[in-house]
Design a protein around this ligand. Structure first.
Ligand code: F6R
Length: 298
């Protein structure tokens, strides 16, 4: 499909859930960094905010094409006269696109949604005129693949038997979302996240409880391009954790560009969750509880 010309739109909404929803979060951040000056919203719900109407672009991503929240948001967008573009490997979303004659991107079939991140991200970035970024991210990961897998294995050994707590910054917040989801779904384990600077206004006090903090292992994600005051807050967080006798693991992606470093961190988290699953004796693939709930709602 051709690149979507963004200038006529008053705003863009990315809608999708779980492994598909994060595609919108990453894309919205990349658009902002490129200086796109219309609002970019991410909706993970059945309903769209009232401001979304005619003149808005709605990008709906659902790997299966059958996620009811995403389908509902699409129906609402069509009713309100927004322009809708959809991305799926088939399912009802593709049928809705055919029914309303909406542009649709077909993804290869046969993956668990969260394992198709590369396909979905590359499709959506290409639609938004950022195909070059997606290609560079892919090449970067290919060259770092074995380093990342090794590091991930070592991290998983350190995290085993603890509740992983991922603290992240505005530029690495999407990685925290992905780490949590992948640790939940692959390693079948809870994972807590919090973001700077907000965590300095609440979460940090929660660390006072010795009993609960001792159950956690902390990851501190940041990027060198984060705001200088955020980088200072990363140091402060590390110092506070260390004063408590905790050993936070600081993680920054490797790579020249921000997008490469982000891809590195995401891939690291993906493999970390895989190794954690192996250490706990879980098969990373099945997500029985998600399937059960979808079945109960169908
Ligand atoms: C499963 C997974 C889930 C799904 C979510 C939405 O691998 O990652 O988080 O992504 O249940 O389903 P889709 O992606 O098909 O819209």
């Amino acid at each position: 499909m051709e690149v979507v010309e963004l200038s006529p739109y008053r705003g863009i909404v990315f809608t999708g859930m779980g492994g598909s929803g994060i595609v919108g979060e990453i894309t919205a951040m990349f658009l902002e960094r490129r200086g796109v000056d219309i609002p970019t919203l991410v909706v993970k719900d059945y309903r769209l905010p009232p401001c979304v109407k005619e003149g808005w672009l709605v990008v709906a991503v659902s790997y299966s094409g059958n996620t009811e929240e995403t389908l509902s948001a699409v129906e609402e967008a069509v009713r309100r006269g927004s322009t809708v573009v959809s991305v799926s490997s088939g399912g009802k979303l593709k049928n809705v696109a055919l029914q309303y004659n909406l542009p649709h991107v077909d993804l290869p079939q046969g993956f668990a949604p969260r394992y198709a991140l590369g396909y979905m991200l590359s499709a959506v970035l290409s639609l938004m005129g950022m195909g070059d970024i997606s290609q560079k991210m892919g090449e970067h990961l290919a060259s770092y693949s074995s380093v990342i897998k090794e590091k991930a294995k070592e991290l998983a050994q350190r995290l085993k038997n603890y509740l992983p707590v991922v603290y992240a910054t505005p530029l690495t917040g999407v990685c925290a979302v992905r780490y949590k989801a992948q640790i939940n779904e692959n390693a079948k384990t809870l994972c807590h996240t919090a973001l700077l600077p907000e965590l300095h206004h609440n979460e940090i006090v929660g660390l006072d409880n010795y009993l609960t903090r001792q159950m956690c292992h902390f990851l501190l994600l940041y990027d060198r391009e984060d705001h200088p005051r955020i980088l200072r807050r990363v140091q402060i967080t590390r110092d506070i954790l260390q004063e408590m006798g905790l050993v936070p693991i600081e993680l920054e992606g490797e790579g020249e560009s921000f997008e490469e470093r982000l891809a590195y961190l995401i891939y690291l988290g993906d493999w970390l969750s895989y190794h954690l699953a192996v250490l706990y004796g879980f098969d990373p693939l099945p997500v029985k509880s998600i399937d059960r709930i979808k079945g109960m709602l169908s």
